[in-house]
Design a protein around this ligand. Structure first.
Ligand code: ATP
Ligand code: MG
Ligand code: FE
Length: 341
């Protein structure tokens, strides 16, 4: 079966056609970096307007590149949250209109489930259950992925997400926007041992994350005026990697039966992060899976694939499905937020 995927939850407008047998027939993406760059971050109103302008031509281009018509599509999957609500609504409303016009089922996709299942689009060998480090612009979580729609959150961040830490560090160091790739590039020319930076929560029994203190330390290192920008970037990246590895190592003990260690989300595009986690997996005799770089950052192929996984289980959603600004993958973990995390 063929699925049209639509993504618009942040600053990437995207459309893709994928098949339930994992073929990616097309994937189109329109970034908005130039529009947001003057502000050093994503401006929700600008994002929503840009999605409106970009989406219809992108959908048409995705269908054309796949060599299919809307009538050939078996289901339309769109991100319905979590994310910037204006953008989410643009994608969801467009998907609903297409579903209504072509009389096709709508599948409302959780953007985080798109990231969580993306490694299974890339690799048919990845089976449930697996331990997932989901590291993106808005999230940093360890999840025990038991099946489609079945996620147990083992840990989360108590302040910033890892991608957010990259973006803030890039801003502090004047490396521009988006921050992750810029910091990674600068770090290549730096010494990861040059600047002593903290590793928040390292060694604590619960595998939670914290990055706010690291960001403050980067600010102090910058203001000290004695360090090269490249050295701060490399030291920052090493601290992030050390924290991700330590926390994930601890979570492995809490994920008995996991068949693999998996990383997904925008920060999974980072080569230092991927390399360190691959080594951790090897150390624990676990197969390691990470999607190709383009499938780590936001895209519509992963949304189409999450839709495909639901479609294969016979699930679809009503056309009045409402966009959800918040939508945790593990509803039980959400209830524990009042308890501190
Ligand atoms: P979420 O998925 O949590 O809603 P998002 O969709 O904005 O957030 P993604 O698109 O998954 O996030 O990832 C974007 C984040 O990944 C940004 O914070 C960006 O800086 C970071 N990122 C992208 N590439 C890299 C890289 N090479 N190294 C480090 N970080 C990166
Ligand atoms: Mg983005
Ligand atoms: Fe994302």
């Amino acid at each position: 079966a063929l699925i049209l995927g639509i993504e618009s939850s942040c600053d990437e407008t995207a459309a893709a056609v994928i098949a339930t047998d994992r073929r990616i027939l097309s994937h189109k993406l329109a970034g908005q970096e130039a529009a947001h760059r003057p502000y050093g971050g994503v401006v929700p109103e600008i994002a929503a307007r840009a999605h409106v302008e970009a989406l219809e031509p992108l959908v048409a281009a995705a269908l054309a590149e796949a060599g299919v018509e809307l009538e050939d599509i078996d289901a339309i999957a769109a991100t319905a949250g979590p994310g910037l609500i204006g953008g989410v609504m643009v994608g969801l409303v467009t998907a609903k209109a297409l579903a209504l016009a072509a009389d096709k089922p709508l599948i409302a996709v959780n953007h985080l489930e798109g990231h969580a299942l993306s490694p299974r689009l890339a690799d048919a060998e990845l089976q449930f259950p697996y331990l997932l480090l989901l590291v993106s612009g808005g999230h940093c979580q360890l999840l025990f992925v038991e099946g489609v729609g079945r996620y147990r959150r083992l840990a989360t961040t108590i302040d910033d997400a890892a991608g957010e830490a990259y973006d803030k560090t890039a801003k502090l160091l004047g490396l521009g926007f988006p921050g992750g790739p810029a910091v990674e590039k600068a770090a290549l020319d730096g010494d990861p041992k040059a600047v002593p930076l903290p590793r928040p929560l390292l060694g604590t029994p619960e595998p939670h994350f914290s990055f706010a203190g690291l960001k403050s330390a980067v600010l102090r290192a910058r203001d000290a005026g004695t360090h090269r920008t490249e050295d701060i970037a490399a030291s920052f990246q090493q601290a992030v990697v050390d924290c991700l590895v330590d926390r994930t190592r601890r979570a492995i003990g809490r994920a008995p039966g996991a068949t693999a260690l998996v990383v997904a989300g925008g920060v999974a595009a980072n080569k230092a992060v991927r390399g360190a986690l691959e080594a951790l997996a090897a150390e624990n005799d676990l197969p390691f899976f990470a999607p190709p770089l383009w499938l780590c950052t936001d895209n519509a192929a992963m949304i189409g694939w999450a839709g495909a996984e639901h479609f294969l289980q016979g699930r679809s959603d009503p056309l009045d499905f409402a966009a959800r600004p918040r939508w945790p993958l593990d509803p039980n973990a959400e209830k524990a937020r009042g308890a501190g995390v």
